[in-house]
Design a protein around this ligand. Structure first.
Ligand SMILES: [Zn+2]
Ligand SMILES: [Zn+2]
Length: 408
């Protein structure tokens, strides 16, 4: 058996709001520096992106493709939106499977040829029906977020997928949730949790900011499928990603001014922000409180550790106080560490901590802190990312300090 670090969910340059640098040669190069072995192509139902895939990748083993100028391998993936604005991840056994599915889905979409993440006039259950015909796998994307996820719309997987719920083997946690939160929900016990970046830019503080370490015999679609079904000793053996407090939708907050609310206060305000009139969005934290049956998480036998990591550029930013992650000063120290330890993931997760501290004492101290679970965070919400902090600061909720509910 071998171990591979995989990021299944990214978006190419044809999806809305993505970097023009989101092209396969750049992604492949950056994935190599990051330490990812396999990356999902994303957007594989989009004809322009499919053409780009065919121009840049060639098949290595069954369902896995290489980009010639790097060691990075790719598998064919995409994300689609259903008729209730719920997002689903698709994993394809081949490029031609994605092409056949595009043919079928075209009849149910007006934007599939324009957008990387198409809107489909199909239910979740129907999408699985079509996916099954080409042997593609389906699971919910960023399952708990308030705008476009399965649990903003439904209380159970079955309400979305109907009888096809038995085909669902994985669920993407999204940046605002982790295993400790999601394992309080009984219906998720058999599913493999995915931690993916959903990145719109190729730089290593985004690409692979969440990833899955998968144990399997070799890189192939068949092996990945078995791993996601935790069959034959294959499986995801580590989820690594942001602390959920760093996610954009962790706490209930105003989607316009990002003011944070205790959920019961938000309800009594009818989900309208008294400061700016914006819509208050229910945070993943509060949504999981509603769905949870167990007070504390129960982890099934196949559930791996979830490690909270911080992208290396952010670590250096914290260590130096330089806030522009793409600045040359950060880049220099990033290069130095990655050169020494081979990849960013080695620096963050696998290398001897004393060695990292020797190479860069200030960054090493922060890495030691999050590896030990001692890092503090200011939570995100309403669409605004949270952040790690070295200061003594906490979350401000509406109603704390001078402003209080009774003022309105
Ligand atoms: Zn999505
Ligand atoms: Zn507001």
């Amino acid at each position: 058996m071998q171990q591979f670090d995989v990021d299944f969910h990214i978006h190419g340059r044809y999806s809305g709001g993505t970097s023009q640098d989101m092209i396969l040669p750049v992604i492949a190069k950056q994935a190599e520096l990051k330490g990812l072995h396999l990356v999902g192509t994303g957007d594989a139902t989009n004809p322009d992106w499919l053409r780009h895939i065919k121009e840049n990748l060639k098949e290595e083993t069954e369902g896995v493709y290489t980009q010639t100028q790097s060691k990075t391998q790719f598998m064919v993936t995409s994300e689609v939106e259903d008729n209730r604005r719920v997002h689903h991840i698709l994993l394809f056994p081949s490029i031609s499977a994605a092409e056949s599915l595009h043919e079928e889905l075209q009849k149910h979409s007006t934007d599939i040829d324009k957008d990387g993440r198409p809107h489909l006039r199909l239910s979740g259950e129907q999408i699985v029906d079509y996916a099954k015909e080409v042997d593609a796998l389906v699971g919910p994307a960023h399952a708990f977020t308030p705008w476009t996820a399965i649990y903003k719309e439904y209380n159970t997987l079955k309400e979305c997928y109907g009888d096809n719920v038995r085909e669902i083997k994985f669920l993407e946690l999204g940046l605002s949730a982790d295993t400790y939160m999601a394992d309080r929900i009984p219906e998720l016990q058999d599913l493999t949790f995915m931690s993916n970046s959903d990145t719109h830019s190729p730089w290593p503080h985004r690409l692979g900011r969440e990833f899955n370490r998968v144990k399997m015999k070799e890189l192939s679609f068949r092996e990945i499928k078995q791993a996601l079904e935790h069959q034959n000793e294959r499986g995801v053996i580590l989820n690594a990603g942001l602390n959920p407090r760093e996610g954009k939708y962790h706490l209930t907050a105003c989607s316009r001014c990002f003011l944070r609310f205790r959920f019961r206060d938000a309800v009594s305000l009818k989900m309208r922000c008294p400061e700016c009139g914006g819509i208050i969005k229910k945070g993943v934290y509060d949504r999981i409180e509603e769905l949870a049956v167990w007070e504390t998480p129960k982890h099934p036998w196949h559930r791996p550790e979830y490690m909270h990591i911080i992208p290396l550029a952010e670590v250096i930013s914290l260590a130096t106080g330089i806030t522009t992650l793409t600045s040359n000063k950060i880049k220099e120290r990033w290069d130095n560490l990655v050169r020494k330890f081979g990849t960013e993931i080695n620096v963050l997760v696998d290398s001897e901590i004393e060695e990292v501290k020797k190479a860069d004492p200030a960054a090493g101290k922060i890495i030691e802190k999050f590896r030990n679970g001692d890092m503090k965070y200011v939570a995100g919400g309403g669409g605004q990312y949270g952040r790690p902090t070295l200061k003594n600061e906490g979350d401000d909720f509406y109603g704390m300090g001078q402003r209080s509910l009774s003022d309105f």
